[in-house]
Each structure stands twice: as C-alpha cells, then as structure tokens.
Design a protein around this ligand. Structure first.
Ligand SMILES: Nc1nc2c(c(=O)[nH]1)N[C@H]1C(S)=C(S)[C@@H](COP(=O)(O)OP(=O)(O)OC[C@H]3O[C@@H](n4cnc5c(=O)[nH]c(N)nc54)[C@H](O)[C@@H]3O)O[C@H]1N2
Ligand SMILES: Nc1nc2c(c(=O)[nH]1)N[C@H]1C(S)=C(S)[C@@H](COP(=O)(O)OP(=O)(O)OC[C@H]3O[C@@H](n4cnc5c(=O)[nH]c(N)nc54)[C@H](O)[C@@H]3O)O[C@H]1N2
Ligand code: SF4
Ligand SMILES: [Mo]
Length: 699
C-alpha cells in the first residue's frame, strides 16, 4: 500500500469506525493509521456481530483508497465519449459546468430531463437521501425508483409483517432447525456462518435451498438444489402439506393472522410431485423438508435475496416468509425468520430530507437503457450518477451502454474510482471513501447504527457527497438548509433527526445497538407493524399489482435456443461492483460437467455465453456443485474481467419481477458454445493468443 512520503511523522494510531459496504454484517473496524495513511484495517468487537474479524475484501480496502483507479481530481471529457481521455479540472470549473447545463436543460426542455441515478447500498444515512434529495427534489428532476435489489423481498416483508425486526444471527444458536433459503452467507455476510455452524454442533439441522452446492449446502442435512426461479412452487408445496396434514398452527393463525384461507386455496394445487417437477427435484426430498419444518422448533428461516431475482421473486418471498406463520414458529428465541433488518429503527429519510417530493415522472432503474433511449417529453438530457455503477450492475448492459453513448446526453459520474460508468461520462467528480468522511451505517443483518468517521484526510481533491451537493445546490440557487457546509455539520443535523436513544450512543460511543439489545424474539419483543398487528397472509394490494396474482408460478423463460439458466450471485471478491477494480484474473463461467461435455467444453476452455441480448466470452470452470442446466458468472464484474468487455448483465433482460418492479438477474437464459481459437500461424510468429470476438472463429 503506498503512503505519502511528504507527510510529517507522527505515531501510529488506531481509529474505531465501521464498514458501511452493502453487506448485512456492518462490521466495526479498527483502522491503524501512520503518518496520515491507512496501514491496516481489521475487525473490532464493538459490534458483537463482528467478533473481531472481517472479510478479506475490506482488509484490502486500502488498495482501493490509494489504488490506480482512485479518482483524485474532477475530470472533464477530452476526446470522444468512451475513449478514456479526460483532462483535470478544478471543482469550481466542474461544478460550474454541471450547474450551467442543469439550468440550460431546465429552461429549454424542463427539469425532468435530468435524472439522478443512485442506489446507495454501500452508503449510510448521510451520504444518500440528505442534501442530494433536497437538491433534486427542489430542482424538479425525474425521480428514480430504486428497485435493483430487495424490492420483492422487502415488499413481501412489508405486506406480511410490516417489516417486523428479524431474528439476529446471535440467536441462531437457539434454533433446532435452520433453513438458509436463497442466501450464501459464506460470501455475502460471513458472520452468519459461525452461528449456523455452532447451532449445528449443538444438534440443529440445516436445510439449504440453492441451485448451487454452496459451502453451507455441503454441510446441510437437506440440500434442495432448485432450478432458479422455482422457490415459490417448493414453498407452496410445504404450505399445502402443513394445511392438509393438520400441521398448520390454526390457533396462531386465528389469533394473529388474516388471509390464511386464500393462501390455502392458492397452494392447493402444489403437490410434492408437481413442485418437484417444476423445481427439478426429488419429491421425497421436498417432503422430508416439509416434515422436518413441521416437527422442529425453534426453526428459523434465513431468507436471502437469491430467490427474488426472477419473474416469481415477489411470490417466492411471500411464500417463504409466510411459512413461520402457518407452521407456528414464532414466539420462541431462535424461531421465526431473518430478512433485511433495515426497518428495525423505523427511521425514515423523509423526516430529515424535509423537502416534499415533486410530482415528476418516476423511472425504474432496472430499465436505465430503455429510459435513456426511449423516454420522450422530455427525453433524458442529463444523467447524474452517484453511489452507483450502472454499467456493471444494471440489467441489459448493452442497452445501458448504448444509452450512455448518446451524443446529446450529458453524464456526470460522482464516484471514488474510475468505474466502467465513469469512463463514459462527460464530467467525473472524485468522492471520498468511508475512511475519509462521516457517515452513519445502518445494519440490515442486525439492528445497530454505527458512526463512520474520517480516519484519514480526503485523498487528493476528493470530497464528501454532502459538501458537493450543497455547493451545487448553491450554484443552482436552491436552498438546501444551513447545516450542510461540511459533512461534520451535516452529521449533526442528521443526528438531531434520529431517535433520542440512538443519538446519544451514536455520537458518544459510535455505536447504538438497537431493538431489544439487538436480539428481539418475534411475537414477544417485536410484533408485526401492520395496522392491526396481524400477519397479512394474502395482501390484496399485491394481488392487484401482480399481473397473474400472488402465490402463482410463471413458467421458465428458457427456449430451445437458450436452454441454460444463468445466475450471477455475489462472490467473496467484490461487494456488488465495488472493489472489482482489484480483480486480476478473468472471470470464469461455472458449469456442470454434464452440461459442458455435449458442448465439447473442457475445464479452462474459452466459451461464448450468449442469448438475443448479448454475449460474454470467458473461460469455463467445470463444477459439479452447480446444478445441471444452470450456469453461473460472478456478480459485479467490471468489463475488463471478461474477454470481450461484457458481463452477466449483458445477458439479463430488463423485465420486472411479479411484485415490486425488481430486477430479474437470474432469469437470463443462455446458450454456451466453445470458442475455437484461431491456430493460424504466420511466418516466424507465435500462434495468435486466444482472442475471443476478434480474430477467433466462434462456434
Ligand atoms: N461479498 C459480498 N457480499 C455481499 C454482496 C456482494 O456482492 N459481495 N452483496 C450484498 C448485497 S447488495 C446483497 S443484496 C446480498 C445478497 O446476498 P445473498 O442473499 O446471499 O444473494 P446472492 O448472492 O444474490 O445469491 C445467494 C444465493 O442464491 C442462489 N440462487 C440464485 N438463484 C436462486 C433461486 O432462484 N432460488 C434460490 N433458492 N437460490 C438462488 C445463488 O446460487 C446464491 O448462492 O449480499 C450482500 N453481501
Ligand atoms: N448480474 C447481476 N447484477 C447485479 C446483481 C446480481 O445479483 N446479478 N445484484 C444487484 C444488487 S443486489 C445490487 S444491491 C446492485 C448494486 O449496484 P450498485 O448500486 O451499482 O453498487 P456498486 O457496484 O457497489 O456501486 C456503488 C458505487 O458507488 C460508489 N460510492 C460508494 N460510496 C460513495 C460515496 O460516498 N459517494 C459517491 N459519490 N460514490 C460512492 C462506489 O465507489 C461504487 O462505484 O447490483 C445489482 N447487480
Ligand atoms: S464487507 Fe461485510 S464482512 Fe466485510 S468488513 Fe464490511 S461488513 Fe464486514
Ligand atoms: Mo443488493
């Protein structure tokens, strides 16, 4: 890790802070700083969940802070769009340019021609939906529906339980049965794994529902290797079993739920045989799971996000989250469900944004390409990207790139590193990382709030979001409030809007643990936050929203030409696309040997993965751990990590989920073929290297 040499020498100090990245764990960190530079990052025990250790990704975060891709100055496009030529500019010049464009666009085609684009999964409460929201709302920009993740699951959790706080990992040791459904915590939330292992050692059974044999699936008593997108069928078959065999908790349902009869009607057709056929499983295995779930208490379901990223995602989340209610699993420590815990503090950004939302058009972020290419009245003329890397992370990548390549679009990208999206921008602004500015991280795995504080000075001329948006607002003549001159002032303003019990702990010790000291028992310490505190098993508003109705199965989109299901789950190398710049190896397509063999593919061969939307060229890794008929690429790849500059999202349709308008990343259906490398040998030269898509002939 490089260090500035001209800094004065002072001793090593350790600063306590938090990792705000998009990960349920929200680790508390100890960062060692020497001569003004980060020298090591490790876990602390202040957040009990962290337990003194963190993932390898964030241990390496210093390589990102000081890395080659780091943005240190504002940049203005020099050459043709996308050719990578930028010149350095001052903040004054860059912000004047942006403000001038915004005013010109507003005065000619209207403010709705500006679309702010952010997701903010790796951002805390300060760096998104504070001054940025005030600015874009007052300006009258188009609004963005932030739907790329968690919309189906959170819509289901909201409708059924009003987002009741979840069972936290610490309580898993009390469970006799743990069901990990569509989650892979070994990559996506590592602190969930030890509690699961400890519970197993104490005698708990483990069931994993996942198309891949994940680390936990290897240790499971039952692994249901479902075909992607079929969870709703499996969960409904379990419901049917419970209702038909007097294993439903009628007493609980009568006292604490409504809509059970309608759920019962919808599951009636889902025999084990029918669900097994749809999901590509042995019916006996689903039956064993159903019996186990009925028999064992406490039983907890860890519902992940893998099951929501398909056309049936909303219904799948509803059916899975409804299981503990129907089977009567609440009311005991270690029983119930875990979903995102973002609602644990019941915080609403509305309480500190203050400015009302304008009635402007709403753009679903999963259809960015379509919005850039097809929206009229007015067309989008400025895209302002921050806290997000849409070229790497949004569906239908080729359309996104085509949209961003429009000559008449002005794109601003405000980021920490030169992302694939920034490479296509007109103006690039450098942002601080969480080691250089304040933020308030809210855990979605547990219930704590923690303070991220500046550990080092901002690298180069990078600046925190709040300061940049406040200055831009000033240039636009908008009043975003007094307290936003610096991020420290903004922090105090935000803290004033937090509940009393959080504010004191957060500002004094940097951590507030939250509901019932972070370990609520569902239906004892916490209850559904629905109007009558009952579970709403058949939410009518979702039935109306969903084209075919809820608890319904929509058939697989596979065709004879594109028969394989491509999934793109999280890996231990990146958080979404964050840290993707540090990947050095080309990514591989995971494929079952039985799918590879008839295609003439051996381990390490270069393949072309394609459908009507695009193609990805990369080597194949044979792996019997991925179910037949399913292939997998890592989520969050940068374009440089494949052989042709396209990633899984080039193959993902921009269709939406049944409920919540979510992304259907795992509905990509593809064919895979071997790329035959040209062996043409020119006089005196080495054979051409494998160069898929250029001089190689593709079969
Ligand atoms: N290291 C790391 N950690 C992360 C992230 C990251 O990118 N990297 N991302 C963070 C974010 S934003 C999120 S939302 C969470 C997501 O964390 P997870 O809930 O773990 O979600 P995924 O990684 O998308 O997929 C989890 C599992 O679902 C499986 N799966 C795919 N399709 C299906 C299906 O149809 N049904 C079922 N039952 N399983 C399926 C995949 O094989 C995978 O093993 O992780 C967070 N943590
Ligand atoms: N194929 C496929 N694609 C997926 C998924 C999948 O399962 N499969 N999963 C999806 C999921 S779960 C999610 S959540 C999305 C997330 O997708 P994105 O929201 O695009 O998340 P990141 O890729 O982490 O990009 C966040 C960017 O914000 C920048 N950033 C961080 N902090 C700040 C800050 O304080 N200020 C500014 N200005 N910038 C900052 C980071 O440097 C980074 O480049 O990706 C989705 N994409
Ligand atoms: S990414 Fe997750 S596991 Fe890694 S340090 Fe951050 S919160 Fe902890
Ligand atoms: Mo996510």
């Amino acid at each position: 890790m490089s260090r500035p040499d001209d800094e004065p020498t002072w001793g090593r100090s350790t600063v306590h802070t938090v990792c705000p990245l998009d990960c349920p764990d929200t680790c508390s960190l100890e960062v060692a700083v020497e001569r003004g530079a980060v020298v090591s990052i490790d876990g602390s025990r202040r957040n009990p969940v962290t337990d003194g250790y963190i993932c390898g990704k964030v241990r390496r975060f210093g390589e990102r802070v000081y890395g080659d891709a780091r943005l240190t100055r504002p940049l203005v496009r020099g050459g043709r769009r996308g050719d990578g030529e930028f010149r350095e500019a001052t903040w004054d010049e860059a912000l004047a340019l942006i403000a001038g464009r915004m005013i010109e666009i507003r005065d000619t085609v209207g403010a709705e021609a500006v679309l702010p684009f952010s997701y903010g999964g790796s951002n805390g409460l300060l760096t998104q939906d504070t001054v940025d929201a005030r600015l874009f709302r007052q300006f009258g920009a188009s609004r963005l529906a932030r739907t790329v993740c968690a919309l189906p699951t959170s819509t289901a959790n909201q409708a059924l339980y009003g987002k009741m706080p979840s069972v936290t990992p610490a309580d898993y040791r009390h469970a006799r049965l743990i069901v990990v459904w569509g989650a892979n915590p070994s990559s996506s939330g590592i602190h969930f794994v030890p509690p699961i292992k400890a519970a197993q050692e104490a005698g708990a059974a483990l069931v994993v529902v996942d198309p891949r044999r994940t680390n936990l699936a290897r240790r499971a008593d039952i692994h249901l290797a479902v075909r992607p997108g079929t969870d709703v069928a499996v969960a409904l078959a379990v419901h049917r079993y419970l209702f038909e065999n007097d294993r439903a908790d009628e007493e609980f349902l009568a006292a604490h739920a409504e809509g059970a009869d309608r759920l019962r009607e919808r599951c009636a057709e889902w025999t084990f045989d029918r669900a097994a056929e749809v999901a590509g499983l042995d019916p006996g295995l689903i039956e064993s799971f159903a019996e186990m779930y009925a028999d064992f208490s406490p039983a907890v379901i860890r519902c992940g996000w893998g099951l929501e990223r398909n056309r049936n995602g909303g219904s799948a989340a509803l059916a899975v989250l409804a299981l503990p209610a129907v089977a009567g699993k609440f009311g005991v420590r270690g029983g119930g469900y875990s979903m995102s815990n973002t609602a644990a503090w019941n915080l609403s950004a509305e309480s500190w944004i203050g400015a009302p939302e304008p009635d402007t058009r709403v753009v679903n972020m999963n259809r960015l390409g379509q919005a850039l290419l097809e929206l009229r009245d007015p067309p989008i003329r400025m895209l302002f990207v921050y806290n997000c890397n849409p070229v790497a992370t949004m569906p239908n990548q080729n359309r996104v790139i085509e949209g961003l390549s429009r000559d008449d679009l002005f794109t601003v990208v405000f980021d920490q590193v030169m992302t694939d999206t920034a490479a296509l921008a007109d103006v690039v602004l450098p942002a601080t990382t969480f080691l250089e500015s304040y933020d308030v991280a809210q855990s979605y795995g547990s219930t704590n709030l923690q303070l991220a504080r500046p550990v080092i000075e901002p690298v180069g001329a990078s600046r925190p979001n709040v300061e940049v948006f406040a200055e831009l607002a000033g240039r636009l003549g908008l009043d975003v409030g007094a307290g936003y001159g610096t991020d420290a002032e903004a922090l105090l303003e935000l803290a004033a809007a937090l509940p009393e019990e959080a504010r004191g702990d957060l500002l004094e010790s940097g951590i507030a643990l939250g509901v019932a000291e972070g370990a609520p028992v569902q239906f004892v310490d916490v209850h559904p936050r629905t109007p009558n505190r009952k579970v709403r098993l058949f939410p009518d508003e979702l039935e109306r929203e969903s084209p075919e109705g809820i608890y319904r199965f929509r058939p697989d989109p596979a065709t004879a030409d594109h028969p394989l299901a491509l999934i793109s789950p999280s890996t231990g190398k990146t958080v979404n696309s964050t840290l993707g710049e540090l990947r050095t190896r080309v990514a591989r397509l995971q494929m079952h040997p039985d799918d590879a063999e008839p295609r003439g593919l051996a381990d390490g061969d270069t393949a072309r993965v394609f459908n009507a939307l695009g193609e990805v060229h990369c080597p194949v890794a044979l792996d019997a751990g991925v179910r037949r008929g399913t292939v997998a690429l890592p989520k969050g790849l940068w374009r440089m990590s494949t052989l042709n500059g396209a990633t899984a999202n080039a193959l993902v349709p921009d269709d939406l989920t049944d409920v919540g308008g979510g992304a259907v990343f795992n509905d990509a259906r593809v064919q895979v073929a071997r790329v035959v490398t040209a062996t043409l040998q020119l006089d005196g030269q080495e054979p051409a290297a494998s160069a898929a898509g250029r001089d190689a002939s593709v079969h």
